[in-house]
Each structure stands twice: as C-alpha cells, then as structure tokens.
Design a protein around this ligand. Structure first.
Ligand code: GLV
Ligand code: MN
Ligand code: MN
Ligand code: MN
Length: 405
C-alpha cells in the first residue's frame, strides 16, 4: 500500500505554475487532462473500472453487486485555483485511492458498489461557475448556459469539453449518476485554522457556508493617460477601487460575513490607457442566505452611488449562488461512530469553502472529512498537510467507508 504522500508525489510536477507559484490546473487544460489520465491509470491499477460520464465526471468503480444504484461514492476534484496548493482537491482523490487499498488489505467485502469520483471545474477558476460537474449532474444549472461559458482566452466550455473528449451535446442532469449516488463522502484538506485550534488531525464536516459570485462591470470613458486632465475623466478603475473598499466595509459590519474581490480586469488594460471598462468579481459568503443576499444588494447599491459620482455605470451579474448546507445528520453520526475506533472524540467543524458535497446534498446524503492544514492557508501555494496527517485521513476515510459499505 502506498502512502497518501507517495500518491500525491506522483503528480507533484503536473501543472506547476512558476510565475504564480504553486499549481494552476484549470479544468480541461493540459495539466488537468494529465491528472485525469493519471487518475485513470491509478484506479485501473487498483482493479477499478474507470468511466467518464456525460458531464466529464470520472468514476472508478469497485462493483460489488450487479447494480450500481445506491452506491457509496467518495472522491473530490483535481482542478485548482490559479496558483493554488497541492492538496485542495487532489488530497481527497489520493486519499480515496489509498482507502481502497486499505479496504482491500482489510479483506472488506462490500455489500454495495463503491465509486471514487473526480468532479471537473470544482473551483470555477476557468469558466467562472464553481462545482460545475456536480451542478450539471444534479440539473441545477442549464446546460445551454454551461456550453457557452467562456474562459479568458475566449474558449467556450463546449470547445474545452470537446477537446477533452467529452461531447458537450450531452451535458445535463444525469439520471444514472443520480441513482448511483447512495451516499457521498468527500475528504478535503481543511482550509482554515480550524484543526490547528482543535489540535486534531481530522474532523467531520458540519456545515458549508453559503456563497455566491457576482461580476460587476463598471463602464467609463476610455481615454489617453497623458492628454486627459484629471478633472475630465470618467475612470472606471477609480470607481472599482472604491467598490473594493466598500465591499470590505459592508462585510466587516456584518458578523460572520466575508466579501472578497480577488479578480479584477481592466479593459483594454494598458499602462498609458484610462480603462473603458473594469470587470471585478465579488465572492460573498454568510451562513444565512438572506444575509448574503442583503450584503450583495448593499454592495451593489454602494457601487451605483460610487459610479454615479465618478461618471461611470455599474452592471451586476450573478454568476453562481449556493445556499448554506448542513451535512446529513445521520451520516455525521455514522462517521462519528466509525471514527470512534481509531480517532475517538473527532471534532466537527464547519467550512467556509465550497465543495461538490454541498451540491450533491440535493440528491443524496453527503458528508465531509477534513484533514489538518498546519499553515491554516489555502488557495495559495502555502496550503499544506503533514505526511502523517494525510495517512491518518486515509485511515479515517477507510474506517468510514468500511462501515458504510
Ligand atoms: C472553493 O474552494 C471555494 O470555496 O470557492
Ligand atoms: Mn478550493
Ligand atoms: Mn476543493
Ligand atoms: Mn447504472
């Protein structure tokens, strides 16, 4: 049996991004496609039978009975944010493969089929819509909208899918996959300092913070940086700067709220050019969905005031929204009792991050396991997991799967 770190070491060169640091593994880019091939090989070597479904989700099956309906599914994603860490996504996939090894070693004979799944575009880093694979599977997003999503190079999701060997005509709710998922358990690196503070290697997920993404386009007057007097400008960058500060202020005034502008695009983007438009993306999160809605309304209202003052116009477009998810209570109990043997007193922990487990909760009981991240930093090259903790995570996952199989 390999350690989780040994499995992850085998992909440590794929998708490195020297200019940003860390990894850039956008969905269906060369790097992510290499990771998909790697997964196919690793799963096949373990005697699992690998299939790609109509939405580009990879399934590695351990068929225990004639039917795959109501199977136990585990897994995560292999795509990353730009300049992300090595663990967000791949840890859950590598741990699932190692958990299969452990179950085989233990001589477990499953009473239902088990699948390790890999979901495409969890981060929404290339096409803007997070958890795209699971949203397509559950039918919570319109396939026509998805087909026409465009990356920064102008490639559509339909074109990128086709290049990855997935026919975009068939995207959409997948009744087979819906029937197949009896329970879903996702292991994931912890993305804050929750487990450092709790002094524990693993935790059971309790809730997933509601969140949404909005694009704010601020239109102004493109012009010459040298010939345009300061008083004569309608500069959307000046408006954007104030919107960023307003978002911080509005979120800071609301207990438990987060608002982030992590991406901003001036058009056309020249040093000696006053931009004609600035697009910025807002990520807003709160445990109460109504509060998330009121936060974005406040930010939008403030943006309109700022833009009116600066001679610009603001247009807000919602790109995605996911409500707060409470993971299945009964499944959490099952996890706690399975972990009672090797990890007594495993804590429960909410997460501020989004996950496919949140989306799949609409069609099946879902649960999450978190593994300690000693830096407390994620979506950054500094995200980390100690080797011993990674192996503890795989043992915990195997314990859980064994009880659920
Ligand atoms: C995904 O990791 C997210 O929380 O945005
Ligand atoms: Mn992430
Ligand atoms: Mn993730
Ligand atoms: Mn079937």
């Amino acid at each position: 049996m390999q350690t989780v770190s040994a499995v992850l070491d085998s992909i440590s060169d794929i998708g490195r991004d020297p200019s940003r640091g860390g990894y850039s593994r956008g969905v269906y880019t060369g790097a992510e496609r290499s990771l998909r091939e790697w997964f196919d090989a690793e799963a096949t070597a373990r005697g699992l039978s690998v299939e790609t479904d109509r939405n580009g989700i990879l399934w590695a099956w351990w068929d225990a009975t004639d039917s795959r309906d109501g199977a136990l599914v585990t897994g995560s994603h292999l795509d990353s944010v730009p300049g992300g860490g090595a663990f967000d996504g791949p840890l859950g996939v590598a741990s699932a493969l190692v958990a299969v090894d452990l179950l085989r070693e233990r001589g477990v004979e499953p009473r239902r089929s088990l699948a390790v799944a890999v979901f495409p575009e969890e981060e929404g880093s290339r096409f803007g819509l997070s958890c795209l694979g699971s949203r397509l599977l559950t039918g919570s997003v319109d396939p026509d909208t998805v087909r026409s999503l465009t990356d920064t190079d102008g490639t559509t999701f339909a074109e990128a899918s086709r290049a990855a060997g997935i026919d975009p005509a068939h995207l959409g709710r997948d009744e087979d996959a819906v029937r197949h998922i009896g329970d879903f358990v996702e292991l994931h690196v912890e993305q804050g300092r929750g487990l450092i503070d709790l002094d524990s290697a693993v935790a059971i997920g309790s809730t997933m913070l509601g969140h949404g993404r909005w694009r704010l386009s601020i239109a102004g007057q493109g012009n010459h940086a040298g010939t345009t007097l300061m008083a004569d400008r309608a500069d959307p960058m000046i408006a954007a700067a104030q919107v960023v500060l307003a978002a911080r202020k509005i979120a800071a005034e609301q207990d438990g709220a987060r608002a982030t502008v992590g991406r901003l695009q001036p058009v056309p983007g020249g040093t000696n050019v006053i931009a004609s438009r600035v697009d910025l993306w807002l990520d807003v999160r709160h445990e109460e969905d109504a509060v998330t809605a009121s936060l974005i309304e406040k930010i939008h209202g403030q943006a309109q005031k700022i833009c009116a003052f600066e001679g610009c116009r603001a247009t807000l477009t919602e790109e995605s929204r996911s409500g707060t998810v409470h993971f299945d209570g009964a499944l959490q109990h099952t996890l706690a009792s399975a972990l009672g043997r090797s990890f007594p007193g495993t804590p429960t922990l909410p997460t501020g991050a989004g996950h496919d487990a949140g989306i799949l909760g609409a069609i099946a009981p879902t649960a999450m396991l978190f593994v300690r991240n000693p830096t407390g930093i994620s979506h950054s090259p500094e995200e980390f997991v100690e080797r011993d903790d990674a192996d503890a995570g795989a043992v915990a996952l195997a314990d859980v799967l064994e009880d659920l199989l």
